[in-house]
Design a protein around this ligand. Structure first.
Ligand code: UDP
Length: 384
């Protein structure tokens, strides 16, 4: 009945479904555990304000191909995300840049540090905090230690339950020290938000007679993986098509090599009876409170409402069947466990893994769109 079965209706699953339906003209079924499409990008209106139900999703990319592809399904509102961090009672822009220097330090000291940075690094370059910390210059070492302690140490403890140096260095390098005055959170060429939201974008993408979607369905209710014969079954009948799986790889293989750890977040939304709550979209609280950041959605999608909706994010341990796995935890030990699953997967001819959970990778939205497009091209080539 179906040539392809896809588990998960996030970006990975939905893009591959759209490509198969339109380019291959084959039938595809998407099985989705939640009661909606869109994965963690899902948004809906609360008090007439478009709210990202799984945390702020700000689209940014340097891949022209990715931007053009998504533009088939949405128009865009220009949006450049800005974040302030609450440091010593002041709100200053991050990534840490020259504006932050002058906001936090007395003028003379800020000027001295700015000059030191310019003598040592190229203008408009990005320096990961763990790299700046290795500096031998006394002033730069002072600055690095300050940034490390005030911005990274406690935020990372809340977010990951670890110190910055205990987690893969790529994680903190996502928010580098910026040698310049650009205080946007991202510097990509293409930045924006789907005009009518992500959910609408996904609807447009999946609206095709070749695509069927089963919501509220755990794939294990209707599919079986036989670990002896390495065959797949769909409603107890052998399935010889391809399975594109975007869920947790350890769950797919019945936790054969043990559980892979993930980080979860308790997303607490509040509706507030005033027009605005804070001065910009996101404010990070590295050292104060138990949440990591507060996002106010009206700054992301302007709306006519005399109320406002905010989100406080409380990171927590992921516990199976209790909360949602948002982030793979990037340590050497976990990577080795993942590799065992990956190696085991090679013995299944018709399974393709894609996405944050299936590939145990901290993909950004644009990375996963790119990856899904690339996999779709491979599928198209197989069918030529
Ligand atoms: N980070 C931090 N302090 C901040 C912002 C970020 O320590 O104020 C670190 C933290 O370890 C975080 C990582 O940088 O997990 C990446 O931050 P990003 O904002 O990219 O995380 P995401 O939005 O994906 O949760």
């Amino acid at each position: 009945m179906f040539d392809y079965i896809i588990v998960g209706a996030g970006f990975a699953g939905s893009i591959i479904a759209e490509r198969i339906a339109n380019e291959l003209n084959k039938k595809v079924l998407i099985i989705e555990k939640r009661n909606h499409i869109g994965g963690n990008c899902y948004d809906e209106r609360v008090e007439n304000i478009l709210v990202h139900k799984y945390g702020p999703h700000l689209f940014h990319t340097n891949f022209k191909e990715v931007w053009n592809y998504l533009s088939n399904f949405t128009r865009w509102d220009v949006y450049h995300h800005k974040v302030l961090a609450f440091i010593d009672g002041k709100k200053a822009p991050i990534p840490f840049n020259f504006n932050t220097l002058y906001e936090i330090f007395p003028n003379e000291l800020a000027k001295k540090l700015e000059q030191k940075l310019l003598q040592n690094y190229k203008y408009n370059s990005k320096i990961p905090i763990l790299e700046l910390k290795n500096s031998h210059d006394e002033d730069l070492k002072f600055l690095a230690d300050f940034i490390y302690e005030k911005i990274f140490l406690n935020y990372t403890a809340k977010q990951w339950g670890m110190k910055p140096e205990e987690i893969d260095s790529a994680v903190t390098a996502r928010v580098p020290v910026f040698i310049g005055k650009d205080d946007r959170y991202f510097n990509d060429t293409y930045q924006g938000l789907p005009k009518e939201g992500y959910t609408k974008l996904f609807h447009n993408m999946l609206n095709h007679p070749n695509i069927k979607i089963m919501l509220n369905t755990d794939f294990k209710e209707i599919m079986k993986v036989n670990f002896q014969t390495h065959k797949l079954y769909f409603f107890n009948k052998e399935f010889n098509g391809k399975l594109i799986y975007t869920g947790m790889i350890d769950e797919l293989f019945d936790y054969k090599f043990g559980e892979l750890p993930y980080r979860s977040v308790d997303m607490r939304f509040e509706t507030i009876e005033k027009e605005y709550f804070q001065e910009n979209a996101t404010i990070n609280y590295p050292n104060d409170y138990d949440f990591t950041r507060i996002t106010e959605f009206k700054h992301i999608h302007p709306a006519n409402s005399d109320k406002t909706v905010i989100l406080k994010e409380y990171p927590q341990k992921y516990v199976k069947n209790e909360n949602t796995p948002y982030y793979p935890i990037f340590t050497k030990e976990n990577q080795e466990r993942y590799n065992k699953y990956l190696e085991y997967k090679q013995s299944f001819e018709n399974i393709i893994l894609v996405g944050r959970l299936a590939e145990y990778k901290y993909y950004d939205m644009d990375d996963i769109v790119k990856r899904a497009i690339d996999i779709s091209v491979e599928l198209l080539n197989e069918n030529i």
